[in-house]
Design a protein around this ligand. Structure first.
Ligand SMILES: CC(C)(COP(=O)(O)OP(=O)(O)OC[C@H]1O[C@@H](n2cnc3c(N)ncnc32)[C@H](O)[C@@H]1OP(=O)(O)O)[C@@H](O)C(=O)NCCC(=O)NCCS
Length: 192
């Protein structure tokens, strides 16, 4: 289950109202590792700037062990099937309205990263091409994730209903592995 849907179900399990459930899911979706990645993808493509800059950008990021936004997925270890569908839509837009330099950079990045990260099962995910479609439609970058969220509200609420059919509050077990019997240190004497 994805992180935002899980958040929705945890919140629903307390029997709170559906507004709070959606708010909780939206908060989780907004993070750059989840739905917020589509905004970061467009920023990354802008930063790369041109197809020629792709190899150097990749090398620099790999050397720092930094992540490439719009790549990788906890479950899909191949190209996310939604990315394939969205890429076709970008191509339709390019055919209809002319070339898009960001799309050219994205294709080159996908090609270079297939070589570098493909063996680790890191391929484009749903967020890699969705931003390019929104951008081509004239939607401002900071609305990408909200639009993605709107589409998910129906699903979150379906989970709410399902949760309530056999509800029990989520109460995961947490095992404390830290130290015991720590001496009290006066606040002024604490480091950091
Ligand atoms: C989606 C995501 C959170 C899945 O995470 P995960 O399966 O739990 O994998 P982890 O974040 O633990 O990463 C495992 C390894 O793969 C690497 N990796 C994962 N995604 C990567 C990416 N996008 N670029 C480069 N390396 C990546 C990590 O650096 C890590 O390497 P290490 O073992 O050497 O430390 C992760 O792929 C990611 O952060 N992607 C970028 C954000 C993104 O596009 N999110 C939208 C998801 S639909």
């Amino acid at each position: 289950m994805n992180a935002s849907t899980f958040s929705a179900r945890v919140t629903a399990s307390t029997l709170t109202d559906p507004y709070a459930i959606v708010a909780s899911a939206v908060g989780t979706l907004g993070g750059p590792l989840h739905g917020g990645a589509n905004e970061e993808v467009v920023d990354m493509l802008a930063k790369i700037g041109s197809v020629q800059n792709v190899p150097a950008f990749v090398e620099e990021r790999l050397a720092r062990k930094a992540k490439f936004m719009g790549f990788g997925h906890r479950v899909y270890k191949v190209k996310d099937p939604r990315a394939t569908i969205l890429q076709k839509l970008v191509e339709d837009l390019v055919e209809r309205y002319g070339s898009d330099p960001y799309y050219d950079i994205a294709c080159e990045l996908e090609k270079v990263l297939a070589d570098k990260l493909g063996h680790r099962g890191i391929y484009p995910n749903v967020d890699f091409y969705s931003g390019l479609i929104y951008r081509r439609m004239g939607i401002p970058t900071d609305l990408f994730t909200p639009i993605f969220a709107i589409a998910r509200v129906a699903g979150w609420l379906a989970h709410w209903k399902e949760q309530l059919e056999a509800n029990r509050i989520y109460r995961p077990t947490q095992v404390y592995v830290g130290s015991h019997h720590q001496p009290f240190v006066d606040i002024e004497k604490r480091r950091g």
